[in-house]
Write a protein that binds this ligand. Structure first.
Ligand code: FA5
Length: 340
């Protein structure tokens, strides 16, 4: 007879079974089931403890306890699987049913900005007219943006372009003044430095002006510059090119007008305007490249002539998309942008 007070044998087994079944019934999710498995069936679990202690029992008790403990182990393992299945079924029953007949939710598809669409439309036409597309820097040197375009310092013509100046940079020949280019025309000079006539290029890009905004003026605008230089180019070629461009970029019935203008780097200078909502909207400046610019590039201006133009892409987008205030383009209001 054992006098030991620690519950061993069948009594202990009965206590383990009672606690284990209560614990399993109380486990409500997978982590609780796993914790239960560790405390009951794990290496230091209650039932494992009893199985390990069997060797120390009396021979007759050893057999009875051993059989009962092994049977209980199988029982509890089966009970664990059953409880797990039960919890899973309950979770599924509680989930919202999926209605496979519902139509799918449409994904919102991105689109190109109306000014980007206009830019592509413009470049497409210009490329078909024979212009190669090239690009230049937005941070430009004073001398390319102004001086070499015949706009010297302190010349009143500089007032045509209010400028965002940038700190001076140290160049090979001393300090050099930089700025955010006010137009794409500096690329006329840069291109002529490294290329020989015949030249036919289109230069798209952003320009910046330190000026108050209104319905037709932004402080950041996109331009496309045109430069064509060859033997025998005349004002008639400029007129023809601009008319053909306008005919292709707008509807055939859109009214356009070419009128006199002044820019220091062309002679004569013109500008092109388009009729939009009863008013003339200026869309580009243009003219015959000034002979001094051709000469400064190293070519004989009596032999080589050319035309140049600089168009405002937003100004062309306005009549195209019937937008009467240029400021709408860059306010990033999706209610506006998603219309195009
Ligand atoms: C120029 O920028 C000249 N470089 C154009 C040029 C090139 C003339 C080659 C001759 C030969 P202007 O400042 O006018 O010129 O600007 C040209 C076009 O850019 C304008 O016709 C207009 O369409 C657009 N533009 C000018 N300023 C703004 C502005 N603040 N906001 C929106 N568009 C503008």
């Amino acid at each position: 007879m054992t006098t030991d007070t620690t519950p061993t044998g069948l009594d202990a087994l009965a206590a383990v079974e009672r606690d284990a079944r209560a614990g399993l019934a109380a486990a409500e999710d997978e982590p609780a089931l796993e914790a239960w498995r560790t405390t009951v069936l794990g290496r230091s679990g209650a039932l494992t403890g009893i199985l390990r202690g069997i060797g120390a029992l009396e021979a007759d008790e050893r057999k009875a306890v051993g059989q009962a403990a092994n049977a209980l182990k199988q029982d509890l393992e089966a009970a664990l699987d059953a409880r797990r299945a039960q919890l899973k079924a309950a979770a599924l029953a509680g989930a919202e049913p999926i209605d496979v007949t519902l139509p799918g939710r449409p994904r919102r598809i991105g689109r190109l900005h109306p000014v980007t669409q206009t830019m592509r439309h413009i470049l497409d036409i210009l490329q078909r007219l024979g212009f190669a597309v090239i690009e230049g820097p937005e941070v430009e040197l004073d001398e390319y943006n102004f001086d070499q375009l015949r706009i010297p310092k302190d010349h009143p013509a500089r007032d045509m372009w209010d400028t965002f100046w940038i700190a001076e940079q140290e160049g090979r020949q001393g300090p050099r003044q930089t700025l955010l280019r006010t137009h794409t025309s500096p690329m006329q000079i840069r291109y002529l430095e490294t290329h020989e006539p015949p030249i036919r290029v289109a230069v798209p890009g952003r320009c910046y002006r330190y000026e108050a905004t209104d319905a037709t003026h932004e402080w950041m605008l996109q331009q496309v510059e045109l430069l064509a230089i060859d033997e025998g180019i005349s004002l008639a070629d400029l007129k023809g090119t601009l008319h053909e461009f306008a005919r292709q970029v707008f509807d055939a019935d859109t009214e356009v007008m070419l009128r006199n203008s002044y820019f220091p780097f062309v002679e004569p200078g013109v500008e092109l305007a388009v009729k939009f909502r009863g008013q003339w909207l200026e869309i580009m400046g243009a003219g015959m490249v000034h002979p001094e610019i051709i000469e400064a590039a190293g070519y004989d201006p009596t032999r080589y002539t050319g035309f140049a133009a600089g168009m405002g892409v937003e100004r062309i987008a306005m009549p195209l998309y019937q937008v009467d205030d240029i400021r709408n383009f860059y306010q990033n209001d999706l209610r506006f942008l998603s219309q195009f």
